[in-house]
Design a protein around this ligand. Structure first.
Ligand SMILES: *Cc1c(COP(=O)(O)O)cnc(C)c1O
Length: 417
């Protein structure tokens, strides 16, 4: 953990009357991360951010100058992007697009719509013809290839609601080439087969497989392919294994001769998790600490209503403990604590699913200390059931460029949502 987060949490504790519960965003470190990713991006490739991982406006603003665009999958997400920029290129994907979504997408100006089924394609042509607006599309394909890597979240290579089967491509292209269609323009293919892949080498092999397929279809159907979107899915490790190695991946990519192979085709990446996972921390104060049978439980001011990722994946989420001085213990009765023991970290909800970490080994943990969950920037607040049980929302704090680390000068901005 970065030292400044520790200071920041201590400063926050001093300022708060109520127990600490906050999402703390480190925007300068997000900016340096995206800059370093973009700086080694291979030629002929483009980097988009899939905003469903975290659509926070300040995150979008921070990423805006460094990405080629955003990927959205609803009108709500589209609005969030248009709120920070009227011009930035947008990719619009997702299953089950409604007619009003297609209308809005055409009106707002989308760079590429990812078409997920034959019916959706027909609806889009219908809407675009009625509105007399042109649009570019990519066909999303679910590959039937058993050599695709398998991760804990896999969307392709097996029956799935995402995209169309390979053998529907011919019919899709026939629908597009019909003389009735003059508005919807085929530009290429979209694949997003898995999430949280840790292996740069396997990821590269998967992209080579995509390229083989695309080259085969180009020949077979005699179409020009201007864009291949290879999705996201670069993994972040929540235990001590290494995360996806972007530097290794881009090196492999450059060495593979892809530059020549692509010719006039552009290749898009649209990761979510890998861009934002590290930029936010979820801090929650210990409210109670008690033994039950042979286990210790620490109950925090927070829970899966704010940070559902560990419960969703069933993993133990990485955390650090920020010790708070005894001087800040305001009662005249004893402050409970555990030394050199094991503790299960749970939330404030009346649900056994509200758990962050089971039987963690700790040196010391006391009521009033603050547990900071790292890697809470992706699929955390945004996938949580905020109103279940009606507890107050966390504070949202942002460290921005130019703010100092010294506790006395750290300024905190908080916006209730
Ligand atoms: C969710 C999603 C992404 C981002 O996936 P990550 O695993 O967060 O990188 C990219 N593309 C599509 C179509 C998605 O649904």
């Amino acid at each position: 953990m970065q030292v400044n987060i520790r200071r920041w949490v201590k400063e926050l504790k001093k300022q708060k009357d109520e127990p600490v519960c906050a999402y703390m965003h480190d925007l300068p470190s997000l900016e340096s991360h995206i800059k370093s990713m973009a700086s080694i991006l291979p030629q002929k490739t483009r980097l988009f951010y899939a905003i469903k991982a975290n659509p926070d406006p300040k995150i979008l603003e921070t990423l805006l100058p460094h990405v080629d665009g955003f990927e959205v999958a609803s009108l709500g997400e589209l609005q969030r992007v248009r709120h920070v920029s009227a011009e930035i290129p947008v990719l619009f994907g997702g299953p089950g697009k409604k007619e009003y979504e297609l209308e809005q997408a055409l009106q707002t100006g989308i760079s590429y719509i990812h078409v997920e089924s034959l019916l959706e394609l027909q609806k889009l042509i219908h809407v675009a013809t009625r509105m007399d607006i042109d649009t570019n599309i990519l066909l999303r394909v679910n590959l039937h290839d058993h050599t695709l890597p398998v991760t804990n979240v896999t969307m392709a290579g097996k029956p799935s609601p995402f995209g169309m089967d390979e053998w529907n491509i011919e019919e899709a292209l026939a629908i597009l080439q019909d003389s009735e269609n003059t508005h919807v323009h085929f530009q290429g293919f979209h694949f997003h087969s898995l999430s949280n892949n840790m292996h740069a080498d396997r990821h590269m092999e998967m992209i080579l497989l995509y390229m083989e397929k695309v080259e085969e279809w180009k020949q077979k159907f005699n179409v020009e392919v201007r864009v291949v979107n290879v999705g996201g899915g670069f993994g972040v490790s929540y235990d001590d294994k290494p995360s996806f190695d972007w530097e290794r991946f881009t090196t492999l990519f450059k060495r593979s001769g892809m530059h020549h192979r692509l010719g006039k085709t552009k290749l898009f990446f649209e990761p979510g998790r890998y861009i934002v996972a590290d930029c936010a921390y979820y801090a929650a104060e210990v409210i109670d600490l008690k033994p039950s049978m042979n286990q210790n439980f620490a109950i925090l001011r927070g829970g899966t209503h704010h940070q559902r990722l560990p419960a969703s994946w069933g993993h133990d989420h990485p955390f650090s403990i920020i010790s708070i001085d005894d001087q800040q213990w305001k009662y005249d009765f004893e402050r409970p604590g555990i030394n050199n023991g094991s503790v299960t970290l749970v939330g404030e909800l009346c649900s056994p699913k509200d758990r962050f970490h089971s039987e963690a080994k700790i040196k010391q943990l006391r009521v009033g200390d603050i547990v900071v969950f790292e890697k809470s920037g992706a699929y955390s607040w945004t996938i949580s059931h905020h109103d279940f049980l009606g507890h107050p929302y966390p504070d949202f704090l942002y460290k921005e460029e130019g703010m100092k680390d010294e506790p006395s000068t750290v300024s905190l901005t908080s916006n209730e949502r």
